[in-house]
Design a protein around this ligand. Structure first.
Ligand code: PRP
Length: 217
């Protein structure tokens, strides 16, 4: 039996994923050591391997077939736009992609003005403004602390993830429009899906059952 390889986004998502996988009998004791700097973990018995990658790189590992399966946020899937199958919503990591800014910027969104939009997600932002709203905007790519941009005058609004809303609140910003809901998803390499159909399909089925159970609890 060949190894089935999972690429997980480092951090909170990986921890939540492992908790869920344990519930369906896929375990990796080695990975529970929080202080470990290792990036590859193997369960020899189950012939399963885990990679810990940076979130935005997960769809790349899966597209090239280096990993068969990836667990990553819907935001990353949309932004990276790779040729993978998205097979399951895991129901955790729930948040929203939103257009945010000072209340006064709400007007700018109504009149199709040429505004400046700062974001870590230029593809999602372009798709939303150009194709959904038919508004031409100037997109400024940033790498983090996006909420800073409208406060210091770099941009009129931002497109960013809102989870609890506390970053917005503490910086005097508001949700102006919702782009889409987000959560953790499972993606599969297109060739692996055919070659390892039975094993992968069983995992999808087991995870789906657990996710449904967990959402009812
Ligand atoms: C994310 C996101 C927001 C914040 C939203 O940033 O970009 O800034 O979390 O969460 P909240 O609604 O619960 O406050 P992250 O912490 O990932 O860091 P970043 O600014 O470096 O992107």
């Amino acid at each position: 039996m060949r190894y089935l390889t999972f690429a997980l986004g480092k951090g909170r998502l990986a921890r939540k994923t492992l908790e869920l996988f344990e519930q369906i009998g896929i375990t990796c004791e080695e990975m529970k050591d929080k202080d470990s700097r290792k990036l590859i973990f193997t369960n020899e018995e189950q012939k399963i391997r885990f990679f810990l990658a940076k979130g935005p790189d997960v769809p790349t590992y899966v597209e090239y077939g280096t990993a068969d399966i990836g667990i990553v946020g819907k935001d990353t899937i949309m932004e990276e736009n790779k040729r993978n199958y998205e097979v399951l919503d895991l129901g955790f990591g729930k948040c929203r992609m939103c257009v945010c800014g000072p209340e006064s910027a709400g007007e700018l969104l109504k009149h199709h003005e040429m505004i400046k939009v700062a974001t870590k997600y230029p593809r999602i932002t372009k798709d939303y403004f150009y194709n959904v709203k038919n508004q031409t905007v100037d997109i400024i790519k940033l790498n983090g602390s996006i909420e800073l941009a409208p406060i210091v005058g770099l941009a009129d609004v931002i497109v960013d993830i809102v989870e609890t809303g506390s970053t917005l609140k503490e910086n005097g910003l508001h949700i102006l429009e919702e782009v889409c809901p987000l959560s953790a998803r499972m993606i599969v390499n297109q060739v692996s899906m055919r070659l390892e159909y039975e094993r992968i399909n069983k995992i999808i089925k087991d995870l789906k059952e657990k996710c449904d159970e967990n959402s009812k609890a």
